[in-house]
Design a protein around this ligand. Sequence first.
Ligand SMILES: Cc1cc2nc3c(=O)[nH]c(=O)nc-3n(C[C@H](O)[C@H](O)[C@H](O)COP(=O)(O)OP(=O)(O)OC[C@H]3O[C@@H](n4cnc5c(N)ncnc54)[C@H](O)[C@@H]3O)c2cc1C
Length: 425
Amino acid sequence: MSAVGNAASPRRVVVVGGGPAGLMAAESACDAGAAVALYEQMPSVARKFLIAGKGGLNLTHSEPFSNFVGRYRERAQEVGCWLQQFDADALRRWAQELGYPTVVGSSGRVFPADFKAGPLLRAWVRRIRGKGVALHTGFSWLGWSATGALRFAHGAETVDVQADAVVLALGGASWSALGSDGRWTTTLAARGVDVAPLRPSNCGFECAWSAHLIDKHAGAPVKSVGLRVARIASPSSEARSPDCSADHLATGEFVITRHGVEGSAIYAVSAPLRDAIDADGAVDLLLDLAPNRSAAQLQQALTRPRGKRTRSEHLRRATGIEGVEAALLHECAAAGDLDSPARLAHAIKALPLRLVRTRPIDEAISSAGGVRFEQLTPDLMLRQQPGVWCAGEMIDWEAPTGGYLLTACFASGFVAGRAAAGLHR
Ligand SMILES: Cc1cc2nc3c(=O)[nH]c(=O)nc-3n(C[C@H](O)[C@H](O)[C@H](O)COP(=O)(O)OP(=O)(O)OC[C@H]3O[C@@H](n4cnc5c(N)ncnc54)[C@H](O)[C@@H]3O)c2cc1C
């Protein structure tokens, strides 16, 4: 294996986009012997990475490799190839080498020990600059000039930059105020690159709450519930998937919003929910409000005499359900369900919440869609554009939250950067 270029005239690699994928591509290309310059349109790099750190930076996950790659669903094979070169352990070593060892949370998620993104990012940028990578901010990539140079807008000026190899790491289209605005989709499509439309992933969903539920419960967390996705045949049909007894797709917590629902348990099933809405116009999310008890146990408890207790108090004593969860039962159960122990027990185990729309992509944690894998060589070069590689969220894969997003961004940046520098596996 050898790098193209030599010490006297190293290969010039330009990376466009200064998120985690772009920064990793820049560092790995530099480590492979290239002369690297990175161009970022915002006044500073990695703004989304910094926001990701706000609630505790979930860098990666500690589960076994076979489970880990399964999180990338139909793209497990392709993403798995990147992860074989740079996996969760490599990411943990990377953080350690920067002076920020990682810890494993009770859920298996991996965080820097101080949970912060800022210090880690600053140490990384210092190291990258120290290796000689030139970081240019305030340069917005527009496409290519007639002579094939990369063209940027920089203030009121247009600047053309020559490169031997280019890595595009332009992100998806969520939180566009942080820089990833998805404008590159038009630029690449105009060059004949097939780009799957960018769609919200790890996103919230809308449903038709009553004014009462919004007034009393918007902002309330719904804790320890099971979630299943039940396809409906068409928007007008009540027919549900026959497989209502299937295992939970997710168990966890979500939040009631004015528009519908959001939060970690919802994000975990956002891809099948979104795909079902796209196909059928709506989807039923089946909530299990008592995942640790069977319908038979609930029915037995609910059948005990109520005496003079109110219906709410009886429900609370028999099942522990109260507050926002009781409100959800009133909101979503069918007429008559609350009057029969058997029907109420069934409603508690499979309460249908009809979701009709995703929240806008700009609010999503990440986006699905992007440059299709068929357009890329295994080391992520665009077949239509020899000499141009892609990395990160701009490629057509998605994954739930849990550290899987950042890990794949880092891994793809590592692969693309080395290949752009002329190193191959
Ligand atoms: C609130 C929030 C919390 C998150 N938390 C986590 C988490 O805990 N764990 C996790 O794994 N993931 C998390 N993510 C997702 C993660 O941050 C992203 O998947 C990741 O940042 C994507 O990396 P990227 O380098 O591909 O793209 P980005 O980080 O989006 O970077 C792309 C860069 O390209 C630049 N750019 C775009 N177009 C141009 C252009 N034309 N010219 C020049 N520059 C351009 C952008 O300004 C941007 O800096 C979170 C996301 C959000 C929004």
